[in-house]
Design a protein around this ligand. Structure first.
Ligand SMILES: Nc1ncnc2c1ncn2[C@@H]1O[C@H](COP(=O)(O)OP(=O)(O)OP(=O)(O)O)[C@@H](O)[C@H]1O
Ligand SMILES: [Mg+2]
Length: 342
């Protein structure tokens, strides 16, 4: 089957509880700590509760599908009701589940507590989601224009192998590495970064992999531009994003929020929105994937998608459809600044 995008990474079930209106529940200390009195019980309103599929692979696949692209999701679940729920939800969102079932480990589950300010604490039981091996990825049946890798806690060596195989099949590769992988530094990540067409990191992760202070963004870009084959996307939460292809740096802020419910899934929504933007722009305009207009379109779609996601509960509720993005008045204008560095 020929896909536009195949996502590879984690699939878990998210159980999300939002603490809106229950100030009693949490003591927010200066250190930014959420405290629960031991032995207490709290009621949660229905509107503040959500149980649905999550994890980088499923979240990003849904963005691709809602943008009208043919998407597959490669991940691993357990042989249990939660695994079945993940597969069912993917199908409902027209994503092809290329999901492997682990007969020994349970489906991964995240318990997410959201503070009124949108910040969250995540308790994760990774379960089967980290057991995806190379032999369980149906490479032989899958042709794809792009591979979007959200590897979670996958070992670095396996990420290298997955990239190598997709590269050999002629797919472009987008990667949103985990902190543990980035902690290996530029030398440890050399092989991976040298084969990636789009790298997504937030400021903190960019500083971690380069060992350069996060304030020194120009220096960070200089180093990453050299290490990464393609373009580098550095997100800065509510401060927006900078994108570099080594010659030009595009920078943008964020769309104004109506409200922030929780910032869970902002990174996935941005990354998938960005690649979806490159792909749809390329298809529509028959232009190069990394043309100036393609990158500007990708930044606008990614930013709109991430803002829509932080305005809804959980990582999926707000994900934009193609129609919502194209007809929503608030998403049409977005200032993007360009700076030539070479
Ligand atoms: N509070 C916010 N309001 C509007 N947009 C936001 C907000 N937070 C994040 N975004 C958008 O989402 C993008 C990605 O956010 P961020 O830099 O926090 O990613 P991240 O740290 O990788 O997130 P995650 O924890 O989901 O992996 C930002 O560049 C911005 O466009
Ligand atoms: Mg992230």
């Amino acid at each position: 089957m020929l896909f536009d995008v195949v996502t590879i990474g984690t699939a878990v079930v998210d159980v999300i509880m939002h603490a809106s209106g229950s100030k009693r529940m949490l003591v927010d200390t200066k250190a930014g700590t959420l405290c629960f009195p031991l032995g207490a019980k709290f009621d949660i309103a229905e509107k503040d509760f959500l149980l649905n599929s999550g994890g980088g692979a499923t979240n990003t696949a849904v963005t691709f599908s809602r943008q009208g692209l043919l998407a597959g999701c490669v991940a691993e679940v357990g042989e249990d009701v939660l695994g079945a729920l993940i597969v069912e939800e993917l199908r409902r969102d027209r994503v092809h589940p290329l999901v492997s079932v682990n007969r020994k480990m349970p489906t991964g589950l995240s318990c997410i507590l959201v503070h009124e300010n949108g910040e969250r604490t995540v308790l994760t039981m990774r379960g089967a989601s980290v057991d995806l091996s190379l032999s369980e990825i149906p490479f032989a049946d899958v042709e794809t224009k792009w591979a979007y890798i959200a590897p979670g806690a996958m070992p670095k060596r396996r990420v290298e192998e997955i990239i190598r195989i997709f590269e050999a099949k002629g797919a472009k590769v987008a990667l949103n590495p985990s902190k543990a992988q980035l902690a290996k530094g530029l030398q440890g990540m050399k092989k991976i970064l040298g084969s990636v067409d789009v790298l997504f990191v937030n400021e903190e992760e960019a500083a971690l992999v380069t060992r350069i202070a996060r304030e020194k963004q120009d220096a960070i870009f200089k180093v990453l531009d050299k290490a990464v084959r393609g373009i580098v996307v550095m997100t800065s939460g509510p401060n927006g994003v900078r994108v570099s292809d080594g010659k030009t740096v595009w920078s943008a802020g964020v769309f104004q929020n109506k409200k922030i419910v929780d910032r869970l899934g902002a990174g996935d929504a941005f990354g998938a929105g960005f690649v979806a933007g490159l792909l749809t722009h390329e298809k529509k305009n028959k232009s190069a994937a990394f043309s100036d207009s393609a990158i500007s379109y990708a930044i606008r779609l990614a930013s709109a998608n991430a803002t829509a996601v932080v305005e809804g509960l959980g990582p999926k509720v707000g994900i934009l459809t193609q129609k919502h993005f194209q007809t929503g008045a608030r998403w049409q204008k977005f200032p993007i600044h360009k700076n030539h560095t070479q």
